[in-house]
Ligand binder design. Structure first.
Ligand code: PMP
Length: 397
């Protein structure tokens, strides 16, 4: 039965991580996978998370199943973080949230929900986008299209082209936006541009799906939610897939959520009942530990302020590494302009390095970068900056 099955290609990002792990190079550097690293190159557990876990171990009374949609306290905490406590969407109960195994789980449920209830819809993703988007949507049989986003010459957002592409999207289709810290380019729309996009969305009548995996990694928890909230001033319906992998450092606990916003509480109840059916047939109900940690932190004043400090420290470190990278390259005599990297947000930037240069960095210097030239800035440290920039200067020479 299995004889005809061929070996699948390695995942372009996670496969790189495996290759990095097996590389004996003594000074190897991993700028591949999107995992935050501190100044020592480690991905430690946040103090707020450790403290929350201690409380959970102490107080947990059962390992019985959660409900299909997860716990009420978690679902409320997620909505407050997404919309702000006093948002009309919450007051009118127009949104329902389901806990999910990571942002990926939320996207997968969103994909199934769209396929089932908007079967004719095409889903439009930015060009470029996170590689897994295409796989997730195609795996449920959705048609995936792409809209213009990145200007590779100017290394910036091609907003005119983006508007022109999205003006072609028909009513009833779905458009995926990265809530903040666009992966892989690190370039987000400005507040004014978000407002224009929201107006266009309302005019065209497409459904926005926000993939919100980096809240707090860009400018701040509230600031990073601007795009999504600006949209909610213009449109009544939205899907939001958010992840706590990065901002709580809970990568392996798989914690995220899918939120459905509808025009009325009645519609939200109906849509959410269908979301729950998708979940039931997929993984039945979510894992508990990660979401219990997030709930504990978000609902306790001490843990919450500790977490916000830790999140700020992660955000600040990434911004510092961006500037240090640009300055060190300049100091090494690199004449190409890399200043765009210090203007971008979040963990990733498109470096503009070619596939050949990426390959040379890997074979000669043990430096791992995704083939597209996407670099994870969080993999840079004060200690590896000199050898990293020396190597890049050599391959650019
Ligand atoms: N969306 C984007 C844009 C991401 O970068 C990621 C993680 N790399 C995810 C979703 C998925 O996050 P999670 O690990 O929580 O599944």
């Amino acid at each position: 039965m299995f004889e005809h099955i061929q070996v699948a290609p390695a995942d372009p990002i996670l496969g790189l991580n495996d290759a990095y792990r097996n590389d004996p190079h003594p000074h190897k550097i991993n700028l591949g996978v999107g995992v935050f690293k501190d100044e020592n190159g480690a991905t430690p557990i946040l103090k707020s998370v450790k403290q929350a876990e201690e409380r959970l171990v102490e107080n947990e009374k059962t390992k019985s199943y959660l409900s299909i949609e997860g716990t009420e306290a978690y679902r409320q905490a997620v909505q407050t973080l997404l919309f702000g406590a006093d948002h009309e969407v919450i007051a009118k109960q127009r949104a329902h949230t389901a806990q999910s195994p990571g942002g990926t789980g939320a996207l997968r449920i969103a994909a199934e929900f769209i396929k089932k209830h908007l079967p004719e819809a095409t889903i439009w993703v930015s060009n470029p986008t996170w590689a897994n988007h295409q796989s997730i949507f195609q795996s449920v049989g959705l048609e995936v299209g792409s809209y213009a986003y990145y200007d590779s010459t100017a290394k910036s957002l091609d907003f005119e082209a983006m508007l022109a592409s999205l003006s072609q999207v028909p009513s009833g289709d779905v458009v995926l936006f990265h809530g903040c810290c666009h992966n892989p380019t690190g370039i987000d729309p400005t507040n004014e541009q978000w407002a224009q996009l929201a107006k266009l969305c309302s005019k065209q009548g497409f459904l926005p799906l926000f993939d919100f995996a980096y809240q707090g990694f860009g400018s701040g928890l509230e600031e990073d939610a601007t795009g999504l909230r600006v949209f909610l001033n213009q449109v009544q319906e939205m899907l939001i897939a958010n992840s706590f992998s990065k901002n709580f450092g809970l990568y392996n606990e798989r914690v995220g959520a899918l939120t459905v916003v509808c025009e009325s509480a009645e519609q939200a109840d109906a849509a959410f009942s269908q979301v729950k059916r998708c979940i039931r047939a997929n993984y039945s109900n979510p894992p508990s530990h990660g979401s219990a940690i997030v709930t504990e932190i978000l609902t306790d004043q001490h843990l919450r302020s500790l977490w916000e400090m830790e999140l700020k420290a992660m955000r600040t470190r990434i911004h510092e590494m961006r500037s240090l990278f640009v300055n060190t390259l300049r100091a090494k005599g690199v004449t190409q302009d890399f200043s765009f990297i210090s203007k971008q947000q979040g963990m990733f930037s498109f470096s503009g390095l070619t596939p050949d240069q990426v390959a040379q960095l890997r074979t000669e210097f043990g430096i791992y970068i995704v083939g597209s030239g996407r670099i994870s800035v969080a993999g840079m440290t004060k200690d590896n900056m000199e050898p990293l920039c020396d190597a890049i200067a050599k391959v650019l020479a």
